[in-house]
Write a protein that binds this ligand. Sequence first.
Ligand SMILES: Nc1ncnc2c1ncn2[C@@H]1O[C@H](COP(=O)(O)OP(=O)(O)OP(=O)(O)O)[C@@H](O)[C@H]1O
Ligand SMILES: [Mg+2]
Length: 339
Amino acid sequence: MIPARSILVLQGLLVLISFSDAFDPISATIGLGIAAGVGVKWKDQIADYTLCKFYECCRKPYLKSDVEGLKLNLTQHLFGQHIVQDVLVNAIGAHFDTIELSRKPLVMSFHGTSGTGKNYVSDFVAAALFEKGIESNFVYKFTATNTDKDLADKVKETVKKCEYSLFIFDEIEKMPMGVFDSIVSLLDHHSYLKGYDFSKAIFIFLSNSAGAEIAKKLKSLMDAGRYRDETELEDFQYIAQLGAYNVQGGLHRSKLIDSHVIDHFVPFLPLEPRHVEMCIKKEFMLRSCPNEASDEDVRKIIKDAMTYDDTKKFSNNGCKRISKKVESYCYQQKMKSQH
Ligand SMILES: Nc1ncnc2c1ncn2[C@@H]1O[C@H](COP(=O)(O)OP(=O)(O)OP(=O)(O)O)[C@@H](O)[C@H]1O
Ligand SMILES: [Mg+2]
């Protein structure tokens, strides 16, 4: 049974919403009927047909913990990042496996040179956690240009709306030193603040710091006979951590590092030309180019879009400029075929 007072509130809500063009009174009536029949979950059911139809709600099905989906996406779409794949799937899988017992938010720091997939992977994480993916109201993206004055307040406000929020801090090397100090205490164990629970949230920091050192290390391991795919997290973790601490900007001598609140330093390996080729072929497929990518097409685009880093082994900019290059190449092809 639905309590009478709640029905009144609901009726008020429905009247309010019915002024909206998008409101569908039939669904809402059905919703009420279903909800009244079910009893226990009636509030959720009603919300599904009313509030949540217009505004995302902080529960299933708007929230997900699709670790299998994440794994599949990374396996199929992410090239050359076997360590990222392992660390991420295990870290996020474990976080959700025992989420009710969680005592600390999951905090990860992604490191690597440009175009190796740091943002790309964060989008996959968002897609695994929220029905609306990166567009979700519970994903908060923080960039060097929108440095809020009070970061801690913003984090608190977001977590209050939804404890399962995802925070992505992009290009942190461009952010002012000490910017994260105000949130360190929120990220630690038992970070309890009246009315807030941060332990279910996920925080990801992205930066280029340590990218060049990771590349150097990978080259030296490969020169010594190790296959890329045989390299392990342990080979790079310390480099990433040290790089994060020493580089100027957001994490420079940061309390975030001193306080050991970052759970995983995730090294993004520099991409080799063969990975850039894979990106080119992927873009050709996505863009339904008039023709499939021939070896000649790939060679031309690589020549135009890729430069080598200091090691002379890896791409300086990974797959960063590939999508636009392929876009213009395909357009050129289309124009030629029309004349
Ligand atoms: N490892 C990868 N596998 C497949 N595609 C990739 C990979 N890395 C990058 N890409 C492609 O390149 C695009 C740009 O990559 P992304 O923005 O994630 O780079 P980034 O690491 O964030 O670089 P930056 O440090 O310059 O911000 C992605 O949208 C994706 O299409
Ligand atoms: Mg990026």
